[in-house]
Design a protein around this ligand. Structure first.
Ligand code: NAP
Length: 337
């Protein structure tokens, strides 16, 4: 907590960001998770004046994660500590971080205009790294037991359930993938789905049905997660029979989808049918003689990084990698064609 207060205080330090007409930034980064902060490190090291609109609740999903065991060279680090290290790293090279929420953008012409809850600013390039939110069930016990047996990331937390009994909630590709990852550690994996067929692709379903450790409970919804200090039981209800029962589990993985944080960009850059930002490969080659801008959006000069465009990998390390790529693209874009 002390650590967090210190971080919050530093983020509230005087803002040197120039308002409209005072200063145009080279790079404005929206979002302060691994993608945004890695982009800030690369942009500032590339001598670009860089502002990070970190949001009032800065740091992204890792601020809600207890132990991160899969970030290279930092096994066992806590999510908030990892983010503090990234943030300090970005500050060290001169990035400006402001704890402000973006309220509007105008990418129709250069310089791009960004409005926060406290100021207006302009920038020659933008990196969107606003991430995606895990969808949670919203049932009793979920908040209390999050990080205590209730998780949303099997690649992150599966090793904590070696030899244990776990459940996966959902019926899409993510649920299948998480269930398969979990079989490498857990003794038994139960997929609990609200319908009598999965939404997942045929190939993923086949893998799940062929895996002996996995069993499926159909037509069932979660009513409550039970346990004091850690998850002990899940109460589920069969919606066809109307009966509820409690089953013992050591862990549960909620994989019912994600929602990208892109509302504010609607009408500004292209989004796919699920709201994820679309990368535009055609445009890249048109606007640069120096090669591709792999992280370009449909608007030249506006780039994207992390979970806000990537629903496939969703890892801190891949988000950081995308942040690096977006910043390198932005730096090349600023050099001109
Ligand atoms: P998704 O396809 O939207 O599936 C979400 C699942 O959660 C559905 O089965 C849905 O049930 C269930 N669900 C939603 N809300 C629920 C609630 N309140 N209570 C209980 N169950 C609920 O999401 P996703 O699996 O994260 O996949 C997202 C996208 O990423 C998809 O396009 C997917 O193909 C892609 N993806 C691909 C791979 C891969 O190719 N290896 C891996 C992961 C993701 P219903 O079916 O009843 O609606």
């Amino acid at each position: 907590m002390v650590l967090f207060d210190k971080m919050t205080k530093r983020l509230k330090d005087p803002i040197r960001a120039g308002g409209e007409g005072i200063k145009t930034w080279d790079v404005a980064i929206i979002g302060s998770g691994p993608a945004g902060l890695t982009a800030a490190i690369y942009a500032t090291r590339g001598a670009a004046s860089t502002i990070v609109l970190a949001g009032e609740a800065w740091g992204g999903q890792l601020m809600l994660t207890t132990i991160v065991d899969n970030y290279p060279a930092l096994p066992g680090i806590s999510g908030p500590e990892l983010m503090q290290k990234m943030r300090d790293h970005a500050l060290k090279f001169g990035a400006e971080l402001v704890a402000e929420n973006l309220t509007a953008v105008d990418f129709s012409k250069l310089p791009f205009k960004l409005t926060t809850n406290k100021q207006k600013l302009t920038s020659k390039s933008v990196i969107i790294a606003t991430g995606a939110q895990t969808l949670w069930l919203g049932v009793p016990g979920e908040d209390k037991l999050r990080g205590r047996g209730v998780s949303s990331c099997a690649p992150c937390d599966a090793p904590f359930f070696k030899g244990k009994k776990v459940a996966v909630i959902g019926g899409g590709d993510s649920a299948m993938e998480e269930a398969l990852v979990l079989t490498k550690y857990a003794n038994s994996v139960t997929v609990i789905h609200r319908r009598s067929e999965f939404r997942a692709s045929a190939i993923m379903q086949k893998k799940v049905f062929e895996e002996k450790k996995i069993k499926v409970v159909w037509d069932s919804i979660v009513e409550e997660f039970l346990g004091e200090d850690k998850l002990q039981r899940i109460r589920i209800r069969n919606i066809k029979e109307g009966e509820s029962k409690e089953i013992e589990f050591d862990g549960v993985f909620i994989t019912i989808g994600y929602t990208p944080s892109t509302e504010i960009f609607e009408g500004q850059v292209e989004l796919d049918e699920k709201g994820y930002i679309v990368r535009n490969s055609k445009l890249r080659s048109e606007i640069s003689k120096l090669g591709e801008y792999r992280m370009s959006t449909t608007v030249p000069g506006v780039f994207v990084a992390g979970d806000v465009h990537d629903y496939h990998y969703r890892q801190a390390i891949t988000a950081a990698g995308f942040g690096c790529m977006a910043a390198m693209d932005a730096l090349r874009y600023l050099e001109g064609p």
